[in-house]
Ligand binder design. Structure first.
Ligand SMILES: C[S@@+](CC[C@H](N)C(=O)[O-])C[C@H]1O[C@@H](n2cnc3c(N)ncnc32)[C@H](O)[C@@H]1O
Length: 310
């Protein structure tokens, strides 16, 4: 199994230093993400909640009210409750997340709120566990995948295609996928969402250095790095980086890693789609039918994709 240490040391050897964004989500990172969701600039949360609130009955009518609901990157499962409220007893919920502590806590709470629901949490990277998730499902029920939060945007086009193809396989012949996709919009709105005035997103980004200090015996001085987030129009993605303010050499897990002044660690991409491009991608990956909704500001879309060939 590839560890945090392996990925950090490999990523910091690259010409453009980078660390996979899934490592943001240790306990503190997950708490900071919850705070981000409450920020006025972070429209992603409120826009998706607006759509799910209005469409949950319709969505679950399509998936069937008795199903296996499999969520990729479930986090606090706040948005999932709109769907769970609609499901019939005997349904199963399979939340998957790298943030194990949060997953356990959320599962405990959900078992109290939904005593009739069978909950099978899976801690780990959904990229490596997608092929095994069927084992956690009730074989007598159809599968509906839920992939909210525009987490699909964290993957480059090739990886997004690979994940969607594997989601199609997991959905099975007559399954569904409900997916939240962030849309291309004006640069000022996009950039404000990742540069909030309270500095919560900056703290979320910098927490990656704290995590390396705690778990990999690294010696980052957080005051010598700065959060940076900008819209790369050519790639249609927000990029988040940590910028080294000095030339410095940092011990990490017994190795010395050098940073030039202004050199960056690329910590996250968040791709923004045009609805028609996302639909094309979904179709290329074997999803045949779709319905989609956009919030009142036109910022965010939720699609329900069907894996059936009819
Ligand atoms: C952008 S947040 C979305 C959280 C929640 N689904 C929502 O919509 O508000 C991404 C979530 O996915 C999890 N995550 C990110 N990459 C992951 C991966 N490769 N495997 C499993 N979980 C992952 C994170 O821990 C986090 O809870």
């Amino acid at each position: 199994m590839v560890t945090f240490c392996d990925d950090v040391l490999a990523g910091l050897q690259l010409p453009q230093k980078s660390i996979p964004s899934k490592y943001f989500y240790d306990r503190r990172g997950s708490e900071l993400f919850e705070e981000i969701c409450n920020l006025k600039e972070y429209y992603i949360f409120s826009s998706e909640v607006e759509i799910l609130t209005a469409r949950a009955p319709e969505l679950t009518q399509v998936t069937g009210r008795k199903c296996n609901l499999i969520e990729l990157g479930s986090g606090s499962s706040v948005k999932t409750k709109f769907l769970l409220d609609q499901l019939e007893s005997g349904s199963a919920y399979v939340p998957v997340d790298v943030s194990q502590e949060l997953l356990e806590e959320v599962t405990r709470d959900l078992r109290l709120t939904y005593p009739e629901l069978k909950i099978h949490p899976v801690a780990g990277d959904f990229c490596s566990s997608l092929g095994h998730l069927a084992e956690a499902c009730d074989k007598r029920l159809g599968n509906a995948l839920f992939f909210p939060g525009s987490t699909i945007g964290n993957f480059n086009p090739d990886s997004a295609e690979d994940i969607l193809r594997r989601c199609r396989e997991l959905a099975g012949k007559n399954g569904f996928m409900i997916i939240g996709v962030d849309l291309v919009k004006t640069k000022s709105v996009l950039e404000a969402a990742y540069n909030d005035s309270r500095g919560v997103t900056a703290a979320f980004n910098l927490n990656l250095l704290t995590r390396m200090n705690e778990e990999l015996s690294a010696c980052f001085d957080l005051s010598t790095f700065q959060h940076s987030a900008f819209f790369n129009e050519k790639e249609s993605r927000i990029e988040m980086h940590l910028v080294s303010l000095n030339s410095q050499t940092i011990p990490i897990a017994g190795q010395q890693v050098h940073f030039d002044r202004d050199e960056t660690i690329h910590t996250e991409n968040s791709y923004k789609y045009r609805p028609e491009d996302f639909i094309k991608l979904a179709q290329k990956c074997g999803f045949s039918a779709h319905l989609g909704w956009t919030d009142s500001k036109g910022y965010f879309s939720v699609f329900i994709l069907s894996s059936s060939s009819e």
